[in-house]
Design a binder for this molecule. Sequence first.
Ligand SMILES: Nc1ncnc2c1ncn2[C@@H]1O[C@H](COP(=O)(O)OP(=O)(O)OP(=O)(O)O)[C@@H](O)[C@H]1O
Ligand SMILES: [Mg+2]
Length: 506
Amino acid sequence: MAILEIRNLRKVFGSVIANDDVNLSLEAGETHAILGENGAGKSTLIKMISGLYKPDYGQILLNGVEQHFANPREAIIAGIGVVHQHFMLIPALSVAENVVLGSEGGRFLFRKKQAIDNVLRISKELGLPLDPAIKVQDLPVGMQQRVEIVKALYRNARILILDEPTAVLTPQETEELFAVVRRLNQDQIPVIFISHKLDEVREIADRITVMRAGKSVHTMPIADATAKELAQLMVGREVVLETLKTPAQAGEVVLRVENLSVRDDRKTTRVKNVSFEVRTGEIFGIAGVDGNGQTELVEAIVGLRKLEGGKIHFLDKNITSENVSSRIQHGIGYVPQDRQRDGLVLQFTVADNLVLRSVGAKPFSKSGWLQKKSTRANAEKLIKEFDIRPPLEDVQVGSLSGGNQQKVILAREMAREPMLLIAVQPTRGLDVGAIEGIHRHLLSLCEQGKAVLLVSLELEEIMQLSDRIGVMHAGELVTVMDAKAATRESLGLAMTGERVEEGVAP
Ligand SMILES: Nc1ncnc2c1ncn2[C@@H]1O[C@H](COP(=O)(O)OP(=O)(O)OP(=O)(O)O)[C@@H](O)[C@H]1O
Ligand SMILES: [Mg+2]
């Protein structure tokens, strides 16, 4: 008998059919991947299984017994552990507090010592080391995910559901997560694994279910699935898995960074004496293992972080002491790493989020008031251009699927036609079809004579799009090479801190 069985599940939001006749079975000890385009209904399915949403129709069975979860608590008690796509932790609380929160009976009874011991024990058993005393807000996303996993297992989950867990992980962290998944499978705990990365799915899953437009369209053993076939099943058409790039006509310098040094919140120097230039017409890619100073570098350029030393010039102007909004006014576009924290106002509509950076500017504002008509026209245009789904401008951005939220940020930042677009992990969480679209948009910015600073953990993406590639390691820009000369090996080597001969690129 299947541990979990989903029968004919359906969920409708207004005019959007998010799930329609979804069927799925989960066997003991298996890892079952769910693949599907942005907005296909994966997270909605998970939210029904975990008691956040009530199905409109259909059944959820655990070990053959039908369940009616009134709330997430009941699902947890039934043994369902979920790490949602957007984490549900409380940033101001410590790791230990977050883990035990809600499982200490009705009252908020927090036994600190015991909680800390439990976190240490579980994270050690899992092979996912964690510091129980640290506040969640001070943790990088990869670590926050560990907290979510430990939290689920602390509550004795007998099924673990991971909604796009690897979108926020480095390749190294992904391997560590896979080891955890394998260990859980050995203990007969099945795992539902949602991802857009086909090769990952092929590595970790036993079976795959593909979802398209709210329906479960196909389930198959992993051995039967080729990447091309899966992509096609997902998107319903043939997908170009590689973007064609024409070499840039690099022009004048847009951004010049000189001897930049930056500290993080804990006063550790994370960027050390970094200098480089980005020119019009080019994509300058920054590769590196996560946590090697890329985030701090970008935040310093955008103006979110003070410099310890160095200078930043933008279009011949020294902007070192200017604030974020004036840098943005000068023509810098910014796609941040954490879309929900820094990129969007989740309660606002799609249309309003699409003009967030232009508030106060014509044609969207007049004497401080948002102009409805131009805001709506702008939204309609961008929704079409960037294929934001559902194509409705007046829904809350928070109700969009993760990938579609990402498209909203990209659309807004690109539509302003910034002279320089700084994009951190721009295709994170996007499906293969959407990635194709975003890559085309980035390349077209360059063709229009704009510049792009691309930070990505995906080597393939960096290599496909960049004209020049800088590699960061331990806060230093260890090399800058011409993309034509870069190979996976040379980049990989540089990412470990190995110095590659400099001066290959201008
Ligand atoms: N709370 C909600 N209110 C209104 N619409 C919603 C809500 N939640 C989801 N939807 C809609 O349901 C559809 C499915 O969304 P869902 O988040 O399940 O997609 P997904 O497959 O997880 O996509 P992604 O890969 O981008 O995360 C989308 O069209 C989305 O806009
Ligand atoms: Mg989702």
